[in-house]
Design a binder for this molecule. Structure first.
Ligand code: FMN
Length: 347
């Protein structure tokens, strides 16, 4: 059974439910498509663990982006349960002794899935991260309010950076970070490990089928990450693409605190935002480069983030997308729960 397909006749076993949930959750976004998660299933309960072997040790030494990615997987897992008319109960960071145990999720009751939830779930496999500029068309009316409300459900704030000066300042921070990243050998090597060559059989990392071969510039310019590293990899330009590319609506996703629980909540908010936008045909680009440099993150926090902690830099817009991504098969990330122990966060 694949995520997004009808559950089939008859009640599912707990094992089938866990498989269905994980098959959907793996389609969450994650930094460099590291998919830094694993799942264990035990009766009517599944546990989501951060996989620290997939953490970006150079760019993400605190595991902030790893936990955001896991939060996005948690939101997707909960949504998958809703698609089965089950009501998820999630216990986030349930054990202080196991900092990598992101959440335990059970499904104690039933309630019919709403139309909105079903539409969101329909986007789990369709949604793709966009890399480049957007068409000049405005966003559908009311969408930004809906996205803001979605973020607030997880204690996060989607701050639209509408003012031209502030938007230019945010773009300049992305540009500065991208320049610093390209000059730092450790960062370049780490990125290269998650940027496989064309034709790769890998099921993680950012494949050349998911970024443009020719960087698209916008005004103000939000440069993308250098996955190809001068090797010409990437998608050819779409013949229908207009030459004028807009930067789109720029935004910061912020949280009042900056602890692992805030990162997980930011990830849940992120996936809700991305899937909601996708139901309206709106794509998102992520430019989180400046948040991987402490000094730039701090200057964004104080200068643009109203003092709250920036967790993600996003741009929204409409675009024809040709990007494709990959995921590890659910069997690679799901195991029966021998125990939740041994997950001390060390090593
Ligand atoms: C915390 C986080 C940070 C990310 N930062 C960037 C980024 O700076 N640039 C980018 O192109 N994509 C970024 N992404 C998107 C991932 O690269 C993307 O989710 C992953 O490659 C899987 O592709 P998909 O989203 O199309 O399924 C980020 C995702 C997360 C969760």
């Amino acid at each position: 059974m694949r995520a997004g397909e009808p559950a089939g006749p008859g009640p599912l076993t707990a094992e089938e439910i866990a498989r269905y949930v994980v098959a959907a959750a793996v389609w969450a976004p994650s930094v460099h498509n590291t998919q830094p998660w694993r799942f264990t299933a035990d009766g009517q309960q599944a546990s989501l663990h951060a996989d620290a072997t997939r953490q970006l040790r150079v760019a993400d030494p605190d595991g902030r982006e790893m936990m955001i990615s896991c939060g996005a997987a948690l939101f997707t897992a909960r949504l998958a349960l809703r698609s089965l008319d089950l009501v998820p109960q999630a216990d986030v960071l349930p054990d202080p002794g196991q900092p990598l145990l992101v959440a335990r999720v059970s499904w104690p009751r039933r309630a019919a899935c709403t139309d909105f939830e079903r539409r969101l779930f329909g986007q789990v496999r369709q949604r793709r991260t966009h890399r480049g500029g957007f068409d000049p068309a405005p966003l559908p009316a009311g969408l930004l309010d809906t996205l803001r409300e979605g973020a607030a459900r997880y204690g996060a704030v989607l701050l639209i950076v509408a003012d031209d000066g502030r938007r230019a300042a945010l773009a300049a921070a992305v540009e500065q970070a991208e320049r610093a990243q390209r000059l730092d050998g450790d960062r370049v090597r780490e990125l290269a490990r998650w940027a496989p060559a064309p034709g790769t059989a890998r099921t993680d990392g950012v494949p050349p089928t998911s970024y443009p071969a020719r960087a698209e510039h916008t005004d103000p310019d939000f440069p993308g990450r250098d996955f190809a590293h001068g090797r010409g990899w990437g998608l050819p330009p779409l013949s229908t693409a207009s030459r004028f590319r807009a930067a789109g609506v720029a935004a910061l996703l912020t949280t009042a605190g900056d602890r692992p629980v805030d990162w997980i909540n930011a990830g849940q908010a992120l996936q809700r935002i991305l899937l909601t936008a996708s139901t309206s045909g709106v794509a998102a680009a992520l430019n989180t480069q400046p948040l991987e440099f402490g000094w730039l993150r701090e200057s964004i926090r104080t200068g643009l983030g109203d003092g709250a902690y920036p967790q993600l830099v996003l741009r929204f817009g409409t675009v024809i997308q040709a990007a494709a991504s990959v995921r590890r098969p659910p069997d690679d990330v799901l195991s029966a729960s021998s125990s939740d122990d041994g997950d001390t966060g060390e090593g």
